[in-house]
Design a protein around this ligand. Structure first.
Ligand SMILES: [Zn+2]
Length: 210
């Protein structure tokens, strides 16, 4: 039976999984493979990191990516650069107008600062990243600025950031083509104190093809 959610992907499907609400996930992507992330229920922030598969000292760099494309938003055509200035992956297609890479990942510490001490025990993206990265021998010093797929972080005329109601919707997706062998790491954001997940964290679907 055909599945419109995986239309347009190249080659054969090598992985098709659901990432549960609030959960971490990671998987290798080989050069040329495409990772499709599908926002199943809408307005679900998907925090995302990339590390070189053979040398994880090379990893995603938000700073290099923003500087090279002279734009803070990630859109179709954006080349995601490493800290060594090399192309790690390209957004080949997306049904969401733009994605964020300046809002950062939520943590117990930032939750406490922003939303009060009662949020200290809430699960957060940094813990998901640390959990996934620990399986590959990476620790806190390997945490770098991340991508927030589907998250709406507008930049106002005066430079102020907001984390506001999303521009994604059920079934929208982003396609990322690996331009080197890499490990993709996801935190399906557990945040419930701001609108980044519509105050209701939900599952996403990940499909690797090629
Ligand atoms: Zn988060």
């Amino acid at each position: 039976m055909s599945d419109p959610a995986i239309d347009g992907l190249p080659g054969r499907i090598v992985l098709d999984e659901i990432v549960a609400a609030r959960a971490p996930w990671d998987h290798a992507l080989r050069t040329g493979q495409v990772l499709r992330i599908i926002d199943l229920e809408g307005n679900q922030a998907v925090d995302f990191l990339m590390y070189g598969l053979t040398d994880d000292a090379e990893r995603y760099s938000a700073q290099d990516t923003i500087a090279a494309q002279r734009n803070v938003f990630l859109k179709a055509g954006t080349v995601l650069l490493s800290n060594e200035g090399r192309a790690m992956a390209t957004i080949v297609s997306t049904t969401v107008a733009r994605h964020d890479t300046i809002g950062g990942a939520c943590s117990c510490e930032s939750n406490t600062l922003r939303y009060g001490h009662h949020t200290k025990a809430q699960h957060a993206c940094v813990e998901n990243f640390l959990q996934s990265n620990a399986r590959h021998g990476r620790g806190k010093r390997d945490m770098v600025s991340n991508i927030n797929w589907f998250m709406n972080v507008p930049v106002e005329a005066d430079g102020a950031l907001g984390i506001v109601d999303g521009i994604s919707a059920p079934g929208l997706w982003v396609d990322l083509r690996a331009d080197m062998d890499l490990t993709a790491v996801i935190s399906n954001c557990p945040q419930i104190n701001n609108p980044c997940n519509g105050f209701n964290p939900t599952p996403v679907r990940v499909v690797i093809a090629g």
